[in-house]
Each structure stands twice: as C-alpha cells, then as structure tokens.
Ligand binder design. Structure first.
Ligand SMILES: *Cc1c(COP(=O)(O)O)cnc(C)c1O
Length: 364
C-alpha cells in the first residue's frame, strides 16, 4: 500500500463531517526556547501550594483505584464556595470536556447551534463533530449583542455565550443574558472561563431559568491549565442527564484532588485576581498610549486593534524576540492582537518591545 492509498482508505472510513471539517488549532505551546508566553491566557503565577500538595498526596495514595466518578468531594466544596447544592455541579476534564458533553447531549446531525461572533473558536468544531450547523450573530461595534441572538429558528438546539467574551474581554450584564435566555427556545450555555476576573457572573440566573447553564474552568483563574479541570453548574435534572453522556471516569484522581484543594483556597484566588486585575489596568492604559484601540477587559487578556498599520508584523516581530502573543483575524469583523496578562515584568518587556516596533515603523 502506498502512502496515498493508506490516506484514501482512512478517509473513506470516517464520517463525512469529520473528513470535511477543519481541525481545531489551539494556541502555540512552544517547548523549550525561553518564550514569554502571552498567547493562551494562562495564569503567570504558580497555583495554590495547597493544590500542589494535594496532587502529590493523591499521587502517593490514590493511583491504584479508579477515581470517584462523580467528583463528590469537589462538588461539595465548590457548592459551598459558589452557594449551590452539589447536585447542581458536573465535573469535567477541563471545561472543553463540559462543552463537549453538553453539545453531544443536546445537538444532533442537521441541528443548529447559535454563537456570537467573534467568540471561542472551539464551539464551531464541536458543531462540526455533530454534523450540526452554526449560526453566528455578530457583536455590535460596542460589543452588545443584538436580539437576533434569541430569535427562534428551526432545529435550534443550543446557544453558547462566552462571558466575559474571548477575544474581546467584554461582558454582557446578567440582566441582558437573562432576557436573551427567556426568549430562547434552547439551552443557553454561558461559558464563564474568565468570570473570576470580572465583576459579575450568571450563577444566580440558573435558578431563574432552567435553560441557563454556566461552565467554569480552573485553567485560567486558578493557574491549573495543565491539570485539566472544569465544571458545569445547571439545574439537577439536566446534570443527571448529562452524566449519561460523559465518560465514566472523565476526571482523574490527581485532578480531582488538585481541583478540590484549589477551590478551597479562596484566599489564593482573591490575591491572584487582584494582581492580575491591577496589571490589566496598567497595561490597558499603556497600550492605549501607544495608539491602540483597547476595549475595557473583564478577563485576563486585552484585545488591541489599530487601523493605521497591519498588526500581523507586530506579532511576528515580538515572536522573533521570544514574546508570544496572539494575532487573530476574524473575517467580516476585524483583526487584532490578543495579549494575555502576565507578570508585571513580562508585561513591561512586551510593552517596551511593542513601543520599539512602532517607533521603527514611525507610527508612535
Ligand atoms: C480557555 C477557555 C476554555 C477552556 O478551558 P479548559 O478548561 O482549559 O478546557 C473554555 N472557554 C473559553 C472561552 C476559554 O477561553
């Protein structure tokens, strides 16, 4: 068999929609080379030492047995912290796993998923895996979302709404989200990956409208992207149905132990949050001084645009000097640079390099 025969055979063995879909491409994760990494919204600080200790303890005592399939200890602790009952929580192997479980449960071939545009690119991949279609509703220039988002449509089965949004870092007020959910005929999954950096969240709305679900992750605000842990908050009948869809042991013993200790350490979270938010404020002002248009961010990154020169070369110059940020182009909307909030030292290095690049190109 030639290489191309093997390729053709594999292609003929998978479903049409898998053959045709584009793969989801996560942000670059360079191995080696001393990059300052400001491209995937990881936390620049180490996680709670209590989480690390709990993982070490679990590694020496819990690896021979299967983990708790329902993550009972985590759900009890998270429930206390968030003010919900443990039966309202479903644990996931990262919040991407949560998004996958919800999509598999609610959406089938030919169904429709609604999303805002621009937003998290993975939603589209999840739709394509199900052979479902996406209907993207564009944010207005002021990052509000038109009523069109809640309009009825044939086969509309699920709506995703990241809040704060990525790449913009903007938020819709909970009142607006409730209004949209009350008009929608399908579940509304509010993806709160960045809510710990914002001033509002939608957890209270779940009681008011059983179609609302909220997903959270420990990857960003708890500095545990490598651990892979996220969770969903929804009304118990929905949680019970979603349990049928998840892998039995979707969270391993180490991540359950680490996540439980991490969410227990709210002092760590508050301190980390205030450092990141202070740096975000300073960076926003400084980048505006450099001539970028920066919308106020409620997340741990800033979205920077400018019309007087192309942005991709800026991303490339920074990369050459070992600072990795994200260049994103949203056809029909705009392109921009998404810069994660690192430590103050990392941000100073990034800002001074940006200033250099701009002065060499004569625009600042
Ligand atoms: C990072 C991110 C996630 C994924 O989080 P994981 O828990 O690491 O899978 C989900 N949604 C949005 C909008 C994100 O930015």
């Amino acid at each position: 068999m030639t290489a191309s025969d093997r390729q053709q055979l594999a292609t003929s063995l998978v479903r049409d929609n898998i053959r045709e879909m584009a793969p989801y491409i996560p942000g670059e994760q360079p191995r080696g080379g001393k990059f300052i990494k400001l491209n995937t919204n990881e936390n620049p600080y180490p996680p709670s030492p209590k989480a690390v200790a709990a993982i070490q303890e679990a590694a020496s005592t819990q690896l021979t047995r299967y983990p708790d399939a329902l993550g009972t200890a985590f759900r009890h602790r998270a429930g206390e912290v968030l003010g919900v009952d443990p039966e309202w929580i479903l644990c996931g192997n990262g919040s991407d796993d949560i998004l996958t479980i919800v999509t598999r449960a609610c959406v089938g071939p030919g169904d429709l998923i609604r999303l805002p545009y621009p937003s998290y690119v993975l939603y589209r991949t999840l739709a394509e895996l199900q052979a479902a279609d996406c209907h993207e509703v564009h944010f207005r220039p002021d990052f509000s979302l038109p009523d069109e988002f809640a309009e009825p449509a044939d086969n509309l089965r699920l709506a995703f709404l990241p809040n704060p949004n990525s790449p913009s870092g903007t938020v819709l007020p909970p009142e607006r989200i409730l209004e949209l959910a009350d008009r929608l005929s399908c579940p509304l999954l509010v993806d709160e990956a960045y809510a710990d950096f914002a001033d509002t969240n939608c957890i209270d709305l779940i009681r008011q409208n059983p179609r609302i679900m909220v997903s959270r992750t420990l990857s960003k605000s708890y500095a545990l992207a490598g651990l892979r842990f996220g969770f969903l908050i929804a009304q118990p009948p929905m949680i019970e149905l979603l349990r049928k869809v998840k892998d039995s042991y979707n969270c391993d013993a180490l991540s359950l132990a680490g996540a439980t200790a991490a969410i227990d350490d709210q002092n760590w979270l508050m301190e980390n949050r205030s450092k990141v938010v202070a740096t975000r404020q300073r960076v926003t002002e400084r980048i505006r001084e450099l001539g970028f248009e920066v919308v106020d961010s409620h997340a741990n990154f800033v979205w920077c645009r400018r019309g007087d020169q192309p942005l991709k070369p800026l991303y490339e110059s920074l990369k050459q000097q070992k600072i990795l940020i994200r260049y994103m182009d949203y056809p029909g909307w705009s392109d921009g640079l998404r810069i994660s909030i690192g430590t103050d030292e990392q941000m100073d290095a990034c800002l001074s390099l940006l200033a250099d690049c701009l002065s060499r190109s004569g625009t600042s």
